[in-house]
Design a binder for this molecule. Structure first.
Ligand SMILES: Cc1cc2nc3c(=O)[nH]c(=O)nc-3n(C[C@H](O)[C@H](O)[C@H](O)COP(=O)(O)OP(=O)(O)OC[C@H]3O[C@@H](n4cnc5c(N)ncnc54)[C@H](O)[C@@H]3O)c2cc1C
Length: 371
């Protein structure tokens, strides 16, 4: 039995525990000791301060990745001056969201199979063609890089800014961003891109390591999320060890779902099941089907407990690392939140979603201890 203790001092008992705590919902702030010193308004982009009016203010945005490129173009239109602090540039591709003509919509309505076919082709384009850019030295990766470099040259006016936003790593190493108006925003007169490292925060400014002082009314942190969120929870396995203690900075789970010594515990979007090229909803659906398969078998066989074997987990990870080695994420000059501090990729599945569907289509009960 699992015992779940709540903050209200209640204990809930359950036969099965399924984690669905997500990978990206704990905001991460910049790692600066002087953060608290700031007396102006500051907030993380995932905790937007809607009561603060940005109009005509001088504002700093820290970070230039997925969240930042979405809100910066809107914020830039309102503020008097925007300072954007960039640590590492990201590759940015076009948002491919053109309109469907009235005629096309008519066809889709009349013949739903056409819409399903269209949807299927979009999915396959992601899973088969776009996925291949994660293979080191791939043709797709090289040609995409040329295309994205050209875009930077076309859309950015100042050559210094061009150089500053040009990544030095292969596309796909970090999450490729999808956006149509960030680069043009950098051409605005009220926007400045700063690549100097932030040294400290004062009561009313950000000071760079070069000693330059940027006075601001507000700071918006677009600095991402804490992807090791399991560390916040005490989940005790059958020997009394905690999941956070066993995993440390290297979380591992068989198919991202099952962990040895944690019987009747299943995970959604667990280690090595994130994606950089398609929707993770597909992965969650595979995991839910897999867990239902396990639960049905337990009910049918009247098993009280199901625990993955250590050797099955080792075998699984041996294969996983062989595939992972071929991916750009493991290469030098490629740092991302997909990795832990030692560079080990813990967040991503190294294959495409079809391969994950195949691996999870039905549980292999020989890999489990059932009682
Ligand atoms: C800016 C951003 C852009 C993204 N874009 C994409 C994208 O384009 N495609 C994609 O596939 N994915 C994207 N993601 C990833 C996104 O996290 C997932 O797609 C999706 O939200 C995962 O769903 P989930 O239900 O597993 O987790 P979440 O949506 O994170 O939900 C987890 C829930 O669990 C709750 N929770 C956590 N801990 C506890 C606890 N101890 N007790 C009770 N409740 C708890 C949380 O409050 C939250 O409600 C993006 C994420 C971010 C932050």
């Amino acid at each position: 039995l699992w015992y779940v203790d709540t903050a209200e001092n209640k204990t809930i008992t359950a036969n099965i525990l399924i984690s669905a705590w997500g990978g990206l919902n704990l905001p991460k702030l910049p790692n600066l000791a002087s953060l608290e010193t700031f007396k102006g308004v500051s907030f993380h982009s995932a905790r937007w301060n809607h009561s603060f009016d940005l109009t005509d203010k001088t504002v700093a945005v820290v970070g230039t990745a997925a969240s930042a490129v979405q809100f910066i173009p809107e914020v830039a239109k309102k503020v008097k001056q925007l300072f954007i602090f960039q640590r590492t540039p990201n590759w940015i591709t076009n948002r491919d969201d053109g309109t469907y003509s009235a005629q096309m919509q008519w066809y889709f309505k009349k013949f739903p199979i056409l819409m399903q076919l269209h949807r299927g082709l979009l999915y396959l384009r992601n899973d088969l063609i776009n996925f291949s850019l994660f293979t080191t030295g791939s043709f797709i990766g090289k040609s995409l890089r040329k295309q994205l470099e050209k875009r930077i040259h076309q859309e950015i006016a100042d050559s210094r800014v061009m150089d500053a936003v040009m990544p030095s790593y292969q596309p796909g190493c970090k999450r490729i961003l999808i956006n149509n108006d960030f680069y043009q925003t950098l051409n605005r007169k009220n926007v400045a891109l700063i690549t100097d490292k932030i040294d400290k925060i004062t009561a009313d400014s950000l000071v760079t390591e070069q000693g330059k002082d940027y006075k601001v009314d507000a700071m918006i942190y677009a600095t991402g999320f804490n992807s090791l969120s399991y560390k916040k929870m005490d989940i005790l396995g059958k020997n009394g060890d905690t999941l956070a203690g066993i995993w440390g900075n290297e979380p591992e789970a068989y198919l991202g779902i099952s962990v040895p010594k944690f019987p009747n515990f299943f995970s959604l979007l667990g280690p090595n099941t994130g994606l950089g090229h398609s929707s993770v909803i597909l992965m969650v659906e595979c995991q839910v089907n897999y867990i239902i398969g396990c639960l049905n078998k337990m009910l049918r066989q009247d098993w009280k407990s199901l625990e993955v074997k250590e050797e099955a987990m080792r075998r699984y990870y041996q294969d996983l690392w062989k595939t992972m080695e071929k991916r750009v994420w493991t290469k030098e000059n490629c740092m991302s939140w997909y990795q832990n501090q030692d560079g080990k990729v813990f967040a991503l599945w190294p294959g495409n979603t079809i391969q994950y569907w195949w691996a999870t289509r039905k549980p292999i009960f020989d890999d489990y201890i059932s009682t």
